[in-house]
Design a protein around this ligand. Sequence first.
Ligand SMILES: [Zn+2]
Length: 431
Amino acid sequence: MPKEEVIDRTTGFLKKNLETIPPKKRFEYLNRKLRGIVQYAYRHSIAMKSKMDSVGLKPKDIQTIEDLEKLPITKKTDLMELQKKNPPFGGFEGASIRGLRRIYVSPGPLYEPGEIEYDELGWVQGMYAAGFRPGDIAINTFSYHMVPFAMQMLDNSLFKIGCITIPTGIGNTEQQVNILKNLKVNAFCGTPSFLLNIAEKAEEMGLDPKKDLNLRVGFVAAEMVPESLRSELEERFGMMIRQGYGTADIRCLGYECMEKNGMHIPDDKIVEIVDPETGKQLDPGKTGEIVATTFNKVYPLIRFGTGDLSILTETPCPCGRTSPRLLKILGRIDQATKVRGLFVHPEQVNEVASKHAQIGNYQVVITRKEHKDEMTFRIELKEEVPQPEKLKEEIERSIRDVMKVRGEVQFVLKGSIPEGAKKIEDQRTWD
Ligand SMILES: [Zn+2]
């Protein structure tokens, strides 16, 4: 194993040519891959063929990412329904079940055709960008049972980078601490909250996570890591933590680089941000549903609706990767509300509130006046402030920054907002 001091974890690329390709060339590359998978899926996946037939599309009608708009979005509930009608995979599989190495089971239950050979790029790119390097000893604390994430996706990705994996799975925190210590483990895969458990358990056992353990890098997923928790964990262990995002069906859809300014879309996926009501693609900067297309021939999901909301940016990233980025995951679409044609989510309301220490209870109320939506941010202040007008302006600026919609701040008396009130109260009537 190389000496620790000489490992460069902060620069470099897994696939430089692909990751730094000029954006226009990337579109051409992705369009080419798209045409290939559409043709393949039409021929080999019964469900994808009938989806295209239902709207009168032939493979030649989908030449570019823009053409994807013509194709209906497939949702998780569609997968479940079709699996019942046409078990086990609803006809979405693009390969014979006899050729599969594994079948995975996700909550639902949803049966997923596993791999013939693991060929996905996304998680490997993500771990490399997170600073994982050949020779690292990694614990993988995600569950190895039934679901594909730990065993199929991360285990294979660690192997592809050249890391040594300890398949610990979830739980047994005390034993995990001993493993970290005895095997000088320097890389962690798991949820941020489990890493926090490990820190607490280690301290309980009389260990200093920074001095007595060797963790240097962490790749977290399955729950978004709040910045406060990330810096606390990085400080406590003396390590770097980066996160990834994906789903069981379509695998990795985003990963952070050193810049921590959103999640790069891996080079083996197409991600659209769409209006979930119309399926139309939205411009960068607009909030919409993450809809993804994979080039995985075993399970060729084309236009899969994740149900998650995000915003895309194409602003160049200082790391040198030219792929667009998802600016954090804002939550589920079924909790979102549309205001003047734009989606707002309770998580965004919380984010605005977290930026101003003076805010106590708060609630957003949506009303409609003269056929126009109005958004009011009702706020109970913790205590009186010297310049309420100035604070009001500042909060209104945060609303525009975070929620991308103009809203008015209204300070209300303490106790006006009921305990347990909805974060977004929609009072519009449509008669
Ligand atoms: Zn970057």
